[in-house]
Ligand binder design. Sequence first.
Ligand code: IFM
Length: 473
Amino acid sequence: MSIPASPPAVDVLGRGPEPTFPPGFRWGAATAAYQVEGAAAEDGRTPSIWDTFSRTPGRVLQGHTGDVACDHYHRFREDVALMADLRLTSYRFSVSWPRVQPGGAGPVNAAGLDFYRRLVDELLAHDIEPWVTLYHWDLPQPLEDAGGWPARDTAGRFADYAALVADALGDRVRYWTTLNEPWCSAFLGYGSGVHAPGRTDGADAVRAGHHLMLGHGLAVAALRAARPDAEVGVTVNLYPVTPATDAPADRDAARRIDALANRFFLDPLLRGAYPADLLADLRRVTDFGHVRDGDLAVIASPLDLVGVNYYSRYVVAGPVDGVHRRSPSAWPGSEDVRFVSRGVPVTDMGWEIDAPGLVETLRRVHDEYTDLPLYVTENGSAFVDEVVDGRVDDAERLAYLDAHLRAAHATIEAGVPLRGYFAWSLMDNFEWAWGYTKRFGMIYVDYGSQARIPKSSGRWYAEVIRRNALPAQ
Ligand code: IFM
């Protein structure tokens, strides 16, 4: 009898091999301080721009605020136990700047920092690697009153804050993300105004984007000074941008939106220069006089990894005659671009589900920008969940997760150094301008009782982590 040289490609049921992840692949979930912590006025925390924004009538759906959120500040031990049940090997959370440095300047608030020390210790006790994001959108209100991110000084304040946190947690935390999704902070916060602080000026949005990146570069140095072996990165939210048709106007619309959404950040951070076409597109909006000599070298400080948040694809078309420019907008100078729906399935956010877009996005970062290790620092979906007999069977979220993890696996097979994946989110939470009306969690949160119920997607994810592999198909 001859022995086959290689195992059969399919089993008796016709299933292929299990997509298996490399040993040591990091399996995580992510949250952010304002979205989960609550305890908005406890132990010395002072307001951030999101406290102010959410308390302003009409800004957040149903007047929801993060005052209580998931009460994670008080329930973190229960939440870490749930993370351990999910078999997470990493947990990505953010530090609330106004909790640890009230007002955004001056001395540290020991009580606020202690919360993060307790959280980190609890994670380490459960063998879960803490992954700290320094800025997930909660700028201390006094810094906004002094000009916010459009003001250059905010970058320096951010570096000071980074140094305080690194000094306090650097002995226990190795993985650091400076900024989460600077596009949202700049262009939703200062361009369209749908996020805090709710300002609507295209030039301010562009300035904010620059100063966020400058703050990032300065913070990298502060982190390295506090912990020389720190693994430091930044998280950007990226989108493949596809023209609706091959028409030149649609292709140019795609180029412009790609410049604003992706290359505005990738090029300075990883190449040390703004793209020439972006500078030309934005000439009507700003003269870039806020960029000083030496800024781009700071912004392009060497990193150890790059975090990518991926949710969907943009399909865009050029202007139609007679359609007036929409303003205020998150796309300064490109308000005439139309975002087109392809009629494919969407999540409860209305975002098209496009798993191949994850492969495209990660390959692009690797092929065009860097050999650094990449991490998917967020990926996930909102769907309407129902509790039936104490269970939440979120089949659509599970299918989304499955499809995107298969895409992540394909990316690794294609030779991209993807080292980990963080699901957004660990649990349902405050979805910014949507308040609590959108649920992204693998754990359901009953906001009345604060009861947590792991959803089917979470239990499925735990099994993927246990096997370090996806089910065969
Ligand atoms: O909830 C947000 C998160 O704070 C940042 N990335 C996108 C998520 C879903 O909108």
